[in-house]
Design a protein around this ligand. Structure first.
Ligand code: DAH
Length: 347
């Protein structure tokens, strides 16, 4: 056979067309349709094998061979292209999603303790150094512990001092102060001597404003034993104020009334804003109140299981929010439970 068979020319043309198309392919979707067009069972190259009988019998082996060759060439080129595209995809991904290890890391926000947790712990620590242990008592209390046994009978006008949340269960209330813990501690330890701090949340049905919240912490202090005097109380509380506010803080104890102590008082610290001269923060007084205190009333001692002829004691009730407000100059008590991170973050 001298001249080229028509089938071979067709095959050459097909190969050229396929190669040109393949060259321009950039993505794997186009590559797959190219493959379907030129290399699948129904593709054109394949049809040449079926068309062999069109050629003279002596040319058939050559044409068959050539068709095979074209098929192999196209397959090889397909594979090359396929791996080139994969590599290009990979390179592009690496480019786009590049991790720059030299960039500074993102700071994780660290949690911290609430300001009141910090202040409470400091109060426990100061009193612990003076021998007072933390004694926990419940926030849901009986009317009896919260009032009755603290020398505040139902008819007593002093009940008006505590606006109480009542529960649906008669005789069960949210404690309005930590003082009922005094009775619990005394009943547990009598007739042993006691030195405890009684911390925790208290609840009052009050109009909320800058200095009143319906929930707040208190830390109660109770010491019971033989020969405990007003002087012991004064020394303990003055020492506390010094450790809390600094050596140079000035304090005073004024007479006041609480039904569960006799005599009763309130302790003030010198106003941190005006240094005692009188300003709007202290209402012109020069002093700020931080706690109530007094000698445990004989009725309360007896209710707790101590003979008031033999034992005596002192008690005090501190407002830790008040203490933080003075120390950090916080002007609104609602900040404590408002959950604003801009406030909480500062401590
Ligand atoms: N329980 C009182 C209150 O919430 C505070 C208080 C005053 C506690 C005098 C005391 C005390 O232990 O001696 O208003």
């Amino acid at each position: 056979m001298s001249e080229k068979s028509g089938l071979i020319q067709e095959l050459e043309a097909l190969q050229a067309k396929a190669e040109l198309e393949l060259k321009n392919i950039q993505d794997s979707a186009a590559l797959q349709s190219w493959r379907a067009e030129y290399l699948s069972r129904s593709a054109e190259v394949m049809s040449f094998f079926k068309r062999l009988p069109e050629a003279p019998i002596e040319d058939r082996p050559r044409i068959g061979q050539f068709a095979n060759q074209v098929k192999t060439i196209l397959e090889t080129q397909f594979e090359k292209k396929e791996s080139a595209i994969k590599q290009a995809d990979l390179d592009a991904n690496l480019q786009n999603e590049r991790l720059d290890v030299t960039l500074p890391g993102r700071e994780t926000t660290r949690g911290r303790l609430h300001i009141q947790t910090l202040v409470l712990r400091e109060i426990y620590r100061i009193f612990a150094e003076m021998g007072f242990q933390v004694y926990r008592s419940p926030e849901v209390e009986t009317d009896e512990n919260n009032f009755e046994l603290l020398n505040i009978p139902a008819y007593h006008p002093a009940r008006d001092l505590w606006d109480t949340f009542y529960t649906t269960k008669p005789g069960v209330i949210m404690r309005t102060h930590t003082s009922p813990g005094q009775v619990r501690a005394m009943r547990e330890f009598a007739p042993e001597p006691i030195r405890v701090t009684l911390p925790g949340m208290c609840y009052r049905y009050e109009q909320i404003d800058a200095s009143h919240e319906i929930q707040f912490n208190q830390v109660e202090l109770l010491a019971v034993g033989k020969n405990i005097t007003f002087g012991d109380m004064k020394g303990t509380l003055e020492e506390f104020a010094k450790r809390m506010y600094g050596e140079s803080v000035r304090t005073r104890i004024r007479p006041s009334y609480f039904p569960f102590v006799e005599p009763g008082g309130e302790m003030d610290v010198e106003c941190f804003v005006c240094g005692g001269k009188g300003c709007s923060v202290c209402g012109g007084k020069g002093w700020l109140e931080i706690l109530g205190c007094g000698m445990v009333h004989p009725v309360v001692l007896r209710n707790g299981g101590y003979d008031p002829e033999v034992y005596s004691g002192f008690a005090a009730g501190l407002g830790p929010e008040r203490i933080s407000m003075l120390r950090y100059r916080i002007d609104d008590i609602r900040n404590f439970w408002g959950n604003d991170v801009r406030f909480l973050e500062q401590f």
